[in-house]
Write a protein of this length. Structure first.
Length: 135
C-alpha cells in the first residue's frame, strides 16, 4: 500500500513539474526581430483597415518595420507628427513593431502597430502623400 501511494505521489509531482515547465515555456517572450514579412502580413490581414488597404493596393510593400522601445514610444507620444500612432501604447521594450506600408506609386501608405502580446494590430492609419508639381 505504501509503495502505491509513493508511486502515486511521485507521478503527481513529476506531472506537476512538467505542467509548470510547459506553462513557463509558453510565456517566454517572442523575439519579434525574427518575425517575417509573411507573418506580419498575416497579422495585418486580421485588421479590417489594413486588410482593405492591402486589397486596394495589391502592389504594396513593407517599406519599414521598426521594433519600438519605451523611448521611441515616449518620443512618438510627445512628437509633432503621427502622435495618434503612439497614444495608448504601454511603455514596454520589444512589445510593438511599427510597420509602414507603401504602394508602388508612393502616394498612398499605411502606418500600423502590431502588439505581439495580443498578436493583433493595435493601430492602423492610412496616409495619402501629396506632391507639389512646380511649373
Amino acid at each position: 500500500m505504501k509503495n502505491k501511494n509513493l508511486i502515486f505521489v511521485a507521478v503527481f509531482v513529476i506531472l506537476g513539474i512538467f505542467v509548470c515547465w510547459v506553462f513557463l515555456q509558453s510565456k517566454k517572450p517572442e523575439d519579434i526581430s525574427t518575425v517575417s514579412d509573411k507573418e506580419i502580413i498575416s497579422f495585418l490581414q486580421k485588421n479590417s483597415d489594413a486588410k482593405e488597404y492591402m486589397e486596394d493596393h495589391i502592389d504594396f510593400k513593407i517599406q519599414d518595420k521598426i521594433i519600438l522601445t519605451k523611448d521611441m514610444i515616449l518620443a512618438g507620444q510627445n512628437g509633432e507628427n503621427f502622435k495618434e500612432v503612439y497614444q495608448g501604447l504601454e511603455l514596454e521594450n520589444n512589445r510593438y513593431i511599427k510597420v509602414d506600408l507603401m504602394n508602388l506609386a508612393g502616394n498612398s501608405g499605411m502606418v500600423t502597430v502590431i502588439d505581439f502580446n495580443s498578436k493583433e494590430v493595435s493601430k492602423a492609419y492610412g496616409i495619402i502623400l501629396l506632391s507639389a508639381i512646380a511649373n
